[in-house]
Design a protein around this ligand. Sequence first.
Ligand SMILES: O=C(O)[C@H]1O[C@H](OP(=O)(O)OP(=O)(O)OC[C@H]2O[C@@H](n3ccc(=O)[nH]c3=O)[C@H](O)[C@@H]2O)[C@H](O)[C@@H](O)[C@@H]1O
Length: 433
Amino acid sequence: MKMPSLEDELFPSTPGKFKIERGHNMNRQFHRCFASTSTMFLWALFLIALTASYLSFQSFVDSGSRYFTASWGGIQWEKQVRNSAQIHRSGGMSVLVTGAAGFVGSHVSLALKKRGDGVVGLDNFNNYYDPSLKKARKSLLSSHGILVVEGDLNDAKLLAKLFDVVAFTHVMHLAAQAGVRYAMENPSSYVHSNIAGLVTLLEVCKSANPQPSIVWASSSSVYGLNEKVPFSELDQTDRPASLYAATKKAGEEITHTYNHIYGLSITGLRFFTVYGPWGRPDMAYFSFTRNILQGKPITIYRGKNRSDLARDFTYIDDIVKGCLGSLDTSGKSTGTGGKKRGPAPYRIFNLGNTSPVNVPELVNILERHLKVKAKRNIVQMPGNGDVPFTHANISAAQRAFGYKPTTDLQTGLKKFVRWYLSYYGYNNRKNVQ
Ligand SMILES: O=C(O)[C@H]1O[C@H](OP(=O)(O)OP(=O)(O)OC[C@H]2O[C@@H](n3ccc(=O)[nH]c3=O)[C@H](O)[C@@H]2O)[C@H](O)[C@@H](O)[C@@H]1O
């Protein structure tokens, strides 16, 4: 005798069994047939209802998770983005400013808005330095009608959405992992923002229709071990002294590729140690000010043979003028639908002050403005990516858009100290990291 298979057990109404009954009673067969048809109908209905409720649940979960995990999206949000991007002057531009809650980003955003351009900011508000300072900058921008969207450069969906909502004419790309010495502590953050984030942004820009023109922040640090002064854009830049510098140099090569293949208009700006109000707490002039006011010692690095280190410190307002000049003269991208239609501009400019000041002199100026003596701790410069000096040749930027820095370190630091004291107070009541 054949043993019932597992299949037989699960499906007792096999065709064979049904066959036997059919031979005995037609009436019963009819009823059974009718009964099984209506059962099948009910089952089908049940399955349809189940599928429909599953699908609607899924879409609820999808949209719900968007609302719970992302701070962007929705009709209201799109309206805010459009308002912020609105142009209020003839011949104006709509600019996506990345790193808008950062030091340079917030200043450039305000300057653009004030002259009637549309601005939408993007910033990930990371905690490399005190995020409350970034939030305060965001509030300042918001009071001038500028929206800063919270999101990361590597979020391609968010970037694409922003370009869906606004046909940006320009991108001012200032978001980056900054800081020369921190690269030894957290190398991957430099790759994440300065390489991966840059490529994500360029991918979205190259596919946008129309393509925007891009102006972005490179760095004076790309000159690395270059000793020829002042530093010219034509000098060698293949000997970076830090991973930070290497990622900025890589950015210059990567943007060149996108210019070459896709026809994106690119301008790279090599900033020289930018300082000023609303600045970065990780930079020397800022942390020195905090320590001097708190009576704490400051560490001053010294180079080979007891030589002082020097920087071509550049005041923020001069940098802002350079950024706006670059945007105004950037020329158009030539691609559409990800295809190049002709050659597009590729430019690199130094934006410096052209008069380097050594670090002990920077401290002297701060002492005078703060009316407090610094406790100086002078040590040999550690091998952590620093370069002994920087000095910009700015003739290329001068020719291209009349760039001419006008603020010396003495004047610029006075403005910085005034801001610092009004923001933090003499007792540094706000927690500066
Ligand atoms: O020009 C640039 O491209 C770079 O300028 C700065 O980098 P850096 O010039 O090193 O600025 P600070 O960190 O403020 O240092 C200024 C000077 O003070 C010195 N320093 C710094 C910190 C310290 O505790 N002691 C000290 O003597 C440094 O060695 C350097 O000579 C910025 O931090 C970078 O993000 C930027 O890209």
